[in-house]
Design a protein around this ligand. Structure first.
Ligand SMILES: [Zn+2]
Length: 247
């Protein structure tokens, strides 16, 4: 493969994305599609391939939980919450991909339903477009509607918090966890309750969660692994996890 061929492939691919088309390379011998595009056929080894617009049909075979330790904040800023996944376009091979428009609390449900149908989403980043994937199943997909529902829920939760704030005020573990969360996320402790969903209401920022966890560990002398923390959603979940460790 010559360098000029690679450059041509990259340019053709990105030019097509500008038009909303996603191209792969189809093997002229066996029909196998290489996506992301590659000059030779990885299935039969044939060297001649031609451009083909991929159908957009694809299966997600694997989902990797939110990458707490290797979190990419700039990607999150651009696309919102995301998971990594193994995506296999029709007639092509599986490759690693980014899943967008996900609902973080539905991770276990999504994993249980694998393999799941996904479709491409072309996102503009500065001056280039990038291909991500989203679930076809609307119950697993975050839309403008579910976002506004979340905003309404947040308002409800804040109102509820004001109403039933008393039941955990005498619980030293709960108050310590809330103080750590307020400190790590830079919010007023009075706005937090056991029902506060850290991922949805406090912005799911892993660095802040790591700070919160380390404060809880120092404050209450317990150990919480990032793996355990990955399954905890609300302040109450953290309080329960800490209490389980203290017993
Ligand atoms: Zn082939």
């Amino acid at each position: 493969m010559l360098k000029k061929d690679i450059k041509c492939i990259v340019k053709t691919y990105y030019d097509a994305l500008e038009e909303g088309k996603i191209f792969g390379r189809k093997c002229t011998a066996c029909g196998h599609v290489e996506y992301p595009p590659y000059l030779a056929c990885n299935l039969c080894g044939h060297l001649e391939t031609e451009w083909v617009e991929i159908s957009g049909k694809a299966m997600c075979n694997q989902i990797l939980p939110p990458p707490l330790a290797f979190f990419e904040p700039t990607l999150k800023e651009r696309v919102g919450d995301y998971w990594h996944g193994a995506v296999e376009p029709e007639n092509s091979d599986e490759s690693s991909a980014v899943l967008v428009n996900i609902i973080p609390s539905k991770l276990e449900e999504a994993i249980a339903k694998l393999p799941l149908e996904v479709r491409p989403v072309i996102v503009q980043h500065d001056d280039v477009k990038t291909v991500y994937w989203e679930f076809v199943d609307p119950s697993l997909r975050c839309t403008a509607d579910t976002e506004s529902e979340t905003a309404a829920d947040t308002a409800d939760t804040a109102a509820a918090a004001a109403a039933d704030g008393a039941d955990f005020k005498d619980d030293p573990v709960a108050m310590a966890v809330i103080a750590c969360a307020a400190d790590a996320y830079g919010v007023d402790a009075a706005t937090l309750t056991l029902n506060t969903n850290i991922r949805e209401e406090l912005a799911n920022q892993s660095m802040k969660m790591i700070v919160m966890i380390s404060e809880i560990e120092d404050e209450l002398n317990v150990e919480i692994s990032l793996r355990d923390a990955g399954t905890l959603l609300t302040i109450g979940d953290f309080v329960a996890a800490v209490k389980a460790k203290l017993e």
